[in-house]
Design a protein around this ligand. Structure first.
Ligand SMILES: *Cc1c(COP(=O)(O)O)cnc(C)c1O
Length: 426
């Protein structure tokens, strides 16, 4: 296809994420991607700083993941999961049960992170119904969260950054506590949990579950908070008989330097949402982990089943590539490498702290966030990144990277130096 024609058709007919059909932000055409490099149709090779939204962690075109998909595709791409099962799904469940915090030993497969949040919420509501606590129909959460773009997921996203104003009067109304205020590595202050305690104390009879992103609040603001908050939140949930849903769609599988961010606080949620990196970024897929208590309570009451079952549930191709991805992630060098990446990010980016345009610098695991004092000019900044040979997509006041786990020190240096250079000229 001729490039100009392709770009014209794209611009006139295709919606990209969160964009206008009248005046869209520019998009860059990609020819291929390999390892940490994204190659544009125009010839540039960019070092990937985004892991394609947290998902591609072992590199694009990874030979191990390619092989997993290819060998599965010759056996079967898909069969329905109603009344049938298969080895890729069972092996993956075995792995997930073994990897996730103790107690999470029931697995529900679904299509995407947002759907996993819907599934988790349905589990919590059905659980409360089964327990005879049908008045518990709402959710508690904290400000500054992001849980996806579907309906109930949207209702627990940050009320300001999210789409609450747009759908005011139609979205379900949930209970919001203040965002965790103490940063990761800061000194814990008991006052930080007061807002959540207040919300749960006042409304627990209406609340089925607390949903929260553990340690790192991602897409709504890239905020990294104190693990004690999570421990206290777990205690409060127990105290008030509320289920805890940990949304690890972004943080799961090593991103924060632990396999799951919940491990920083040593807690087990009742329900855990997993997505994004689960397939190494090969395809959309998610899993919801639940405790035996959640699964068995739901199943011992009318209608004795959990009422969800997507068409592509347990898709064999997705399970096969997820098995390969999780095997790679479980190799003993991977988590220590993420800790090294954390260290390198600090070495390269610490110099930004003094800059007048920089309000805050936050680093944990393979995540580095530069918060600026002013909104970024997205189109201009994006263009500068491409000129510097890196792929970074800033939003709001945030210029941030979450590189792949396979990035080398040299590539990471190039990525970080480009960030520093671009920020120096602001
Ligand atoms: C991305 C994300 C989701 C939504 O996942 P999709 O696959 O985009 O539907 C949900 N929760 C968190 C924490 C996320 O980062």
């Amino acid at each position: 296809m001729e490039l100009n024609e392709m770009m014209r058709f794209d611009r006139e007919h295709i919606w990209h994420p969160y964009t206008s059909m009248i005046d869209p932000l520019p998009v860059y055409p990609v020819r291929s991607a390999d390892g940490v490099y994204i190659e544009l149709e125009t010839g540039e090779r960019l070092i990937d700083g985004m892991s394609s939204w947290w998902s591609v962690v072992h590199g694009y075109n990874n030979p191990v993941l390619n092989e997993a998909v290819k060998s599965q595709i010759d056996r079967m791409s898909h069969v329905m999961f109603g009344g049938l099962t298969h080895e890729p799904a069972v092996r993956l469940a075995e792995r997930l049960v073994a990897m996730t915090p103790d107690g999470l030993d029931r697995v529900f497969y679904c299509d995407s992170g947002s759907v996993s949040v819907e599934v988790a919420i349905k589990m919590a509501l059905q659980y409360m119904q089964a327990k005879g606590e049908a008045s518990r129909t709402k959710l508690a959460t904290v400000s500054g969260g992001y849980h996806g773009d579907t309906w109930h997921a949207m209702s627990v996203c940050d009320p300001d950054v999210g789409m609450h104003t747009l759908y005011d009067g139609r979205l379900p109304v949930q209970f919001f506590a203040d965002r965790p205020g103490i940063p990761f590595g800061g000194e814990w202050d008991e006052n930080d949990i007061a807002s959540l305690r207040g919300v749960l104390e006042a409304h627990h009879s209406e609340i089925a579950a607390l949903i929260i992103e553990p340690i790192v609040q991602g897409a709504s603001g890239m905020w990294i908070y104190h693990p004690e908050y999570l421990r206290r939140a777990r205690e409060l949930c127990d105290e008030y008989g509320i289920l805890m849903i940990a949304d690890e769609v972004a943080t799961g599988f090593g991103r924060t330097g632990r396999m799951f961010a919940c491990e920083w606080a040593g807690i087990t949620p009742d329900i855990m949402c997993l997505g994004k990196a689960i397939t190494g970024g090969y395809m959309s897929f998610a899993a919801v982990m639940a405790t035996g208590d959640v699964a068995l309570t739901i199943s011992s009451h009318e209608p004795h089943s959990f009422m969800h079952g997507p068409t592509f549930m347990g898709n064999p191709l997705a399970c096969a590539v997820a098995n390969a991805s999780l095997e790679l992630i479980s190799q003993p060098h991977v988590l220590p490498r993420i800790t090294e990446i954390d260290q390198r990010l600090r070495e390269h980016l610490e110099c930004l702290r003094g800059m007048s345009k920089v309000a805050d610098l936050r680093i944990l695991g393979a995540i580095a966030v530069v918060e600026l004092t002013e909104l970024v000019d997205m189109a201009r900044m994006q263009k500068r990144c491409v000129e510097e040979g890196v792929w970074i997509r800033p939003f709001g006041k945030l210029f941030y990277v979450m590189p792949q786990y396979v990035i080398t020190d040299e590539q990471l240096g190039t990525l970080c130096r480009a960030m520093v250079r671009i920020l120096s000229e602001q």
